[in-house]
Design a protein around this ligand. Structure first.
Ligand code: NI
Length: 168
């Protein structure tokens, strides 16, 4: 697995629902989780490793236990408003304030087919919204006003140049 970084087009793909969960799928989903830990991320979404199915791995508390792999997640309710700084493994060095709901309820499937509903607030709520955005090809920079976008234009340009150099 390889981490996709801005401006890689993989990050702009809208992912499709997961339909079949076989052994290979399970082992690849677990690889994604290990990859997330190795990269020291709180969460990871399929497009960040070049996949196009709706998988999110999440462990905001970094406790390495409990349920951390979610399929076909969707937000079923949200309330409140907050703006906290967020970073993204795919946008190294960039931290920006992103408008989010303060609380969310998320419904998702687990690898064994069970459906769960998770309630999250604060950092965990932001993480869910961040990862669900990824499944729809949306990045934290897409939430910025043009004025705020200007303030990180130099950093984005640097990332674009790094990518160009790697292509050559
Ligand atoms: Ni991200």
């Amino acid at each position: 697995m390889e981490l996709k970084r801005y401006p890689d087009r993989a990050l702009r793909k809208k992912c499709l629902p997961v339909r079949d969960v076989d052994d290979e799928f399970v082992s690849r989903a677990q690889q994604m989780l290990e990859f997330m830990y190795a990269a020291e991320g709180l969460g990871l979404a399929a497009p960040q490793v070049g996949r196009t199915d709706r998988i999110v791995t999440l462990d905001v508390a970094q406790q390495r236990e409990g349920t951390r792999i979610f399929l076909n997640p969707r937000i079923v309710s949200h309330e409140g408003y907050m703006e906290e700084e967020e970073g993204c493994l795919s946008l190294p060095g960039i931290r920006v304030k992103v408008p989010r709901a303060e609380k969310v309820a998320v419904r998702a499937f687990l690898l064994d087919g069970e459906q769960v509903e998770v309630e999250a607030e604060g950092l965990a709520a932001a993480a869910w919204q961040h990862e669900l955005d990824h499944l729809n090809g949306v990045l934290i920079i897409d939430h910025l006003t043009p004025t705020r976008l200007i303030t990180i234009r130099g950093q984005l340009k640097d990332l674009e140049e790094i990518a160009q150099r790697q292509e050559r």
